[in-house]
Design a protein around this ligand. Structure first.
Ligand code: COA
Length: 373
């Protein structure tokens, strides 16, 4: 019997130049640039360029990309109309998945598989995704979608379109950092799914729609929302210990902890911890950070399990005023950069992804007519 690795754990399925993770040392880099360096000095737009082109842009190249992303921001009237007409979802990821899938119906290059057309689609999708999330966030509250502000960068414009007022510069910068940290993560589940779809030579929108479906699950991009729900249930630092013990006694997973690849601290959590603390303090609402810190201490002490990317993003986004059920959508609005980079890499050197399964079901059965069963 061939060796079966459940969940493809530790299986190397391909080579990729885009993103590297050292799970033992807690290092993450995009095209060789350490995530801490990018978080400290870069912007989401620059990281998008890096992911798509494999190098940092020169000034004129970055200006051009910014301009192109800005031009692609306005959500088309057809999609706004769709957002208004769709029934209220049980979870907003359903709406995002549907809207992104619908974008292909209005994309003149949807079925054009040339590299140029695929790059255009990557650009349009990256420009659009966050704006659809912001528009949906308002429409479902009975408000009008806000038109984008071309003077604002991608991160600030998202907060502006969601909240209807320009964000504080520090909030906007931290949110930009969060987008950088979420932009790619090698062969995570949703990116792998995007590549599987692309490997059949299906189109970019189909690959991204598949990825949104995979991101939605609570073991992946849905975890940050579950973390905030937990913090809201806990409410005060003094209740954290009993709450956590109760969860662990029931053998339940604590959302925002653990990782398939990192066996030490997730480097993104290191930055997001600081984001949660600083935003909490500056906005006069440090409570969520303090509860999070307490839970983290307990998890490390009792389970030796570290926080992952989804743990501190939860309290940080809460203080930024992002509705809790939109957290996974915000994740998607950043990860679209990585998904499309991987889809382009897949097309550039494609091989159909089609693994095997070890069959363990019954065999040699004889068909029994329905009356005799
Ligand atoms: N809370 C409590 N225990 C956890 C845990 C968590 N968040 N994450 C892992 N563990 C424990 C498991 O119970 C298991 O213990 P066991 O061997 O005694 O049964 C062990 O650690 C290994 O966990 P497992 O789920 O098998 O590892 P995995 O590599 O398949 O899963 C995750 C990785 C991310 C899916 C898992 O850690 C998890 O479910 N985390 C919570 C969801 C989350 O935050 N997802 C976002 C990831 S970025």
């Amino acid at each position: 019997m061939a060796e079966v690795r459940a969940g493809l754990q530790d299986v190397v399925v391909a080579t990729s130049q885009i993103c590297s993770i050292d799970g033992q040392r807690g290092k993450l880099s995009y095209w060789g640039y350490d995530i801490h360096d990018l978080a400290a000095h870069s912007t989401f737009e620059e990281v998008v360029y890096l992911l798509w082109h494999g190098r940092l842009p020169k000034r004129a190249e970055l200006d051009e990309l910014r301009q192109q992303l800005t031009e692609n921001r306005p959500v088309s009237p057809e999609i706004v109309e769709l957002l208004k007409r769709l029934p209220p979802p049980q979870h907003p990821m359903e709406t995002l998945r549907t809207a992104v899938s619908a974008l292909s119906l209005y994309d003149p290059e949807a079925e054009d598989m040339s590299e140029e057309a695929n790059r255009h689609k990557a650009l349009r999708l990256t420009g659009q995704m966050g704006m659809i999330v912001a528009a949906f966030g308002r429409i479902r509250e009975g408000k009008e979608a806000v038109a984008p502000d071309p003077k604002l960068n991608h991160a600030a414009n998202f907060l502006y379109m969601l909240q209807g007022k320009a964000p504080h510069a520090e909030d906007a910068r931290w949110f930009d950092v969060a987008l950088i940290l979420h932009a790619d993560h090698s062969y995570n589940a949703s990116t792998f799914v995007a590549r599987v779809t692309a490997s059949t030579l299906s189109d970019v929108h189909s690959a991204v729609t598949s990825a949104i479906g995979a991101l939605k699950g609570p073991l992946h991009g849905g975890a940050n929302e579950q973390v905030m729900k937990m913090l809201l249930e806990i409410q005060t630092v003094d209740r954290a210990e009993a709450y956590l013990h109760n969860l662990l006694a029931q053998k339940k997973k604590v959302m925002g902890f653990g990782h398939r690849v990192y066996h030490t601290e997730d480097p993104r959590a290191t930055v997001l911890r600081r984001m949660s603390e600083e935003l909490g303090r500056r906005n006069g609402n440090p409570k969520w950070f303090e509860i999070s810190r307490k839970i983290e201490d307990l998890m490390i002490r009792e389970k030796k399990i570290n926080a992952n990317v989804d743990f501190y993003s939860a309290s940080a986004y809460y203080v930024l005023g992002i509705p809790v059920d939109l957290y996974p959508l915000v994740f998607a609005a950043s990860r679209i950069a990585g998904w499309t980079a991987h889809v382009l890499e897949q097309y550039a050197n494609n091989k159909l992804i089609r693994p095997l399964a070890e069959y363990v079901g019954p065999s040699n059965l004889k068909y029994v007519p329905i009356e005799q069963r």
